[in-house]
Design a protein around this ligand. Structure first.
Ligand SMILES: [Zn+2]
Length: 70
């Protein structure tokens, strides 16, 4: 008798979408996952990944001396 694999909430490392899925089906999904850019949905990232993705390039303001005469 084969034990039924229990599904749980897991996040695909490629498309970052959470699925209520068992391990076998998740591995099958990862193999054919292309990031799924066609779906607009909630995506899960680690804090590090998210800020790397969203942070704009830093703005550097160069200090300069004020002119003596105007
Ligand atoms: Zn995926």
């Amino acid at each position: 008798m084969e034990k039924e694999e229990k599904s749980k909430f897991q996040i695909c490392p490629s498309c970052h979408i959470g699925y209520d899925i068992n391990n076998t089906n998740l591995f099958d999904h990862i193999l054919k996952c292309d990031g799924r850019p066609d779906i607009i949905t909630t995506r899960f990232y680690t804090k590090k990944q998210f800020y790397k993705l969203k942070s704009p390039p830093p703005i550097v303001i160069e200090p300069y001396e004020r002119p003596v005469t105007r």
